[in-house]
Design a protein around this ligand. Structure first.
Ligand code: ZN
Ligand code: CU
Length: 509
């Protein structure tokens, strides 16, 4: 061990991200790596540039957010306080079929692409901008922009199939033709070479709903990695916001599994849920199907710990049945935080007409049962992903609260699973599924992505009424050896890296 350490975290109790029982240890860091995990006091005599006291606290690997839409926030809000304040040190971007590349300046970006690719709440105009301002012609250019101006957290980027369709398919109302499939494949190859960790789809959404299963398989073919390039094993994962999470949810799981099998790649079922009152309770069926499939193919899934979802304002009648809160509306910004039913009453129209007038807009839908949410969360192989949308003043509270809510509410208060399991679901499990080597665990040689938290106090404070609130109980966050969050909040350090995939090791619990 080098005698000069850059940082020592001493006196803490380590939960190492593998589900192993906690143990007391000191941690020594040089540069971006953990170089020593010793008995308590073992580093007391070593010279260190900085010491962080963690007495009475848990020291865990930094949390990996398995499902985000932070693609542009990383560039525009590089402090990433809504994630760092939860203990998150890595975000997986490009989900639900949406990524900011490859897009030309004049590529139409219908919803939901515009939710993630928007030219800027920070720039004030809310309209789509030119290439270079929220749009990148090639995936490599997007990654270069993040390397040139790093954020506080690491990013593991997916390429979105809906974005590819917007760029390459002349009529979004039909499946792609052969030439369009070839054009999309070329972009997939470019993205994988540049560093994408996989491809995502969002066939639930209008611009991708007409894509056939065959289109997806062909577009994603480069993920297979057996293309005679000497590479072995899959070159990326396939992540999906499935076609249907309502009545046809089982058929959607079958489609996802088939795509994974035909390509020979790991699949990730995004934000798994069953929606619509008629389907409440059916997570018993979906989890049984997913669990059975895991015996012969690589399947992962993630979940956010709330009974409401959030996405583009959609005229889906099942979604409009329940309570709907407007999160943001471009033509009517004053409606953010209000109920759709009240807005419709005030305007003297029905909900469908109000939806039409509010577009483009996003909303929060109360559409799941608490029992299903708990069953999916407690399913051993379920990872934690926020699905937060960093847009507007009234986002879904999951953007700021997901990880402390799992630790504080579901693990500590409801005892749904032990704290070691909760930490694993947001660290080691996730790193294994996405192939993020050296992340998600505390061990000598691993990257120094760490969070120090108070197991008795950690809890989300963000609510639907006041969603932009930092969680309680997160004391310090370290990314690649540098403190990014502490008692004074953001430290100003921006050590985030663009992570590459080193081969998934899917874990089943
Ligand atoms: Zn989604
Ligand atoms: Cu999403």
């Amino acid at each position: 061990m080098p005698t000069d350490l850059d940082l020592v975290i001493e006196g803490g109790t380590v939960i190492d991200g593998t589900k192993a029982p906690r143990f007391d240890a000191d941690i020594g860091i040089v540069g971006t790596r953990i170089v020593a995990v010793t008995r308590p006091g073992g580093l007391a005599r070593h010279a260190a540039k900085r010491r962080l006291a963690a007495h009475g606290r848990i020291v865990a690997p930094g949390f990996i957010d398995a499902h985000t839409h932070d693609d542009l926030a990383l560039l525009r809000r590089p402090a990433m306080e809504f994630k760092v304040s939860q203990g998150v040190t890595t975000v997986v971007t490009g989900n639900c079929g949406i990524s900011p590349a490859p897009l030309e300046a004049d590529t139409p970006t219908p919803q939901p692409i515009s939710l993630a690719v928007h030219d800027g709440e920070d720039d004030g105009d809310g309209r789509n901008g030119a290439v270079g301002r929220g749009r990148f012609r090639a995936f490599g250019a997007y990654l270069d922009a993040m390397r040139a101006a790093p954020a506080a957290v690491n990013v593991a980027p997916l390429l979105g199939h809906t974005t590819l369709r917007a760029r390459c398919v002349a009529d979004l109302g039909r499946a792609a033709n052969e030439a369009e499939v070839r054009a999309m494949q070329a972009h997939v190859r470019e993205a994988l070479e540049a560093g994408a960790i996989g491809v995502s789809t969002g066939t639930y959404y209008p611009p991708a709903a007409a894509a056939s299963t065959e289109e997806i398989i062909e577009v994603c073919r480069p993920l297979s990695g057996d293309g005679g390039d000497g590479g072995s094993g899959p070159r990326g994962v396939y992540a999906t916001h499935m076609r249907d999470e309502q009545d046809a949810v089982l058929a959607s799981i079958d489609e996802t599994l088939r795509i994974g099998r035909e390509l020979g790649v790991p699949v990730v079922i995004s934000h798994h849920k069953v929606t619509g009152q008629a389907n409440w309770g059916r997570s018993t069926e979906t989890l049984a199907k997913i669990g059975a499939a895991m015996r012969h193919q690589c399947v992962a899934l993630d979940c956010y710990p709330y009974t409401a979802g959030s996405t583009m304002l959609h005229n889906d009648p099942v979604r409009l049945q329940g309570r709907v809160l407007i999160a943001h509306s471009e033509p009517h910004p004053g409606t953010a935080g209000r109920e759709l039913a009240d807005i419709a009453a005030e305007w003297g129209c029905d909900k469908m007409e109000a939806v039409r007038r509010l577009q483009p807009a996003s909303a929060i839908y109360f559409m799941m049962s608490e029992a299903d949410v708990q069953r999916v969360l407690a399913f051993e192989p379920t990872m934690i992903g926020s699905d937060g949308i960093p847009l507007g003043p009234r986002p879904h509270p999951r953007l700021w609260g997901t990880f402390p809510r799992v630790l504080g509410h579901y693990s500590r208060q409801l005892n749904l699973f032990p704290l070691e399991t909760a930490v694993w679901k947001m660290t080691g499990l996730t790193a294994g599924n996405f192939g993020l080597e050296g992340r998600g665990r505390i061990a000598e040689g691993a990257f120094a992505d760490l969070v120090v938290f108070d197991a008795d106090a950690v809890l989300d404070t963000a609510t639907y009424e006041e969603p932009q609130r930092a969680s309680a109980g997160i004391d310090a966050v370290v990314v690649n050896g540098q403190a990014v969050w502490g008692a004074g909040g953001d430290t100003g350090a921006r050590p985030g890296q663009v992570l590459r995939r080193g081969g998934s090791r899917m874990q089943r619990g």
